[in-house]
Design a protein around this ligand. Structure first.
Ligand SMILES: Cc1cc2nc3c(=O)[nH]c(=O)nc-3n(C[C@H](O)[C@H](O)[C@H](O)COP(=O)(O)O)c2cc1C
Length: 224
């Protein structure tokens, strides 16, 4: 079995070679450390989330979650992580600047040996206008990265078929659920602001960057 303390430092050079310049966001977390902290993120993760690697290494990736993130989805991920198993979902996340995005997140186990597993996350910022082609290209890149990891280290990735994990019909359903959640929250926020009576107060609240205003403009940008 690999020396626990040494796992990250042994793997990091290889992860840098394979993942640093990949155009898809990659994050690796160590579930054997307290609260499953990130031990590596690549440049595409930084570009998507606007967090720099040094700000997030050592933290659990839940810092991307916020007001509209669905607790049932995070429960599902937590359960998969406990079992060191793979999972995929559509989760509402927030960048460092507070802007919202729909994250098609795939988590996969990277088995180092029988007793030691790391978890790799691939984040895919999903826009409803994106076609299956974009997703298929992303899956192909992830597949290639995993093959390279297997070749250049002792990692044996499970034989997970990302094209199955990310099946277009299930993506549609998962996205729909997340999107409905945002839509309902916007309706709720707007009607509670309206219920306060004065449209002036409503405008003021939105002008202050109240949740409804901020999320609404992010959604409009996403759909635009
Ligand atoms: C490798 C890896 C990457 C993850 N990436 C994300 C992510 O991009 N967005 C997110 O909301 N959660 C992400 N998570 C999930 C959270 O870190 C956490 O496991 C989840 O919120 C469930 O745990 P909790 O209920 O204790 O928060 C990731 C987890 C792992 C292991």
């Amino acid at each position: 079995m690999l020396d626990d303390l040494d796992v990250a430092s042994r793997l990091l050079p290889m992860l840098r070679v394979v993942c640093d310049d990949l155009p898809i966001p990659i994050s690796i977390a160590d579930p054997d450390l307290d609260d499953t902290p990130l031990i590596y993120v690549n440049g595409a993760f930084e570009a998507l989330t606007l967090y720099r690697a040094e700000e997030v290494i050592g933290k659990n990736c839940r810092f991307l979650q916020g007001r509209l993130t669905d607790g049932t989805v995070t429960d599902e991920i937590a359960h998969a992580c406990q079992r060191r198993a793979g999972d995929s979902c559509c989760i509402i996340n927030y960048r460092k600047d507070g802007s919202l995005f729909f994250n098609m997140l795939a988590i996969q186990p990277l088995r180092l040996d029988l007793n030691r597993t790391l978890l790799m996350g691939c984040q895919f910022a999903f826009r409803p206008t994106q076609t299956g082609g974009t997703l298929a290209r992303t899956c192909a890149l992830i597949d290639r990265a995993q093959r390279q990891m297997r070749l250049s280290s002792r990692i044996s990735a499970d034989d997970i078929n990302l094209h199955d994990t990310f099946r277009i019909d299930t993506i549609g359903m998962r996205f729909e659920a997340a999107f409905t959640r945002v839509k309902n929250a916007l309706i709720r926020d707007n009607s509670s602001l309206m219920a306060q009576g004065s449209s002036l107060r409503r405008r003021e609240a939105l002008g202050r960057g109240g949740f409804a205003g901020r999320d609404q403009s992010h959604i409009e940008r996403l759909l635009g």
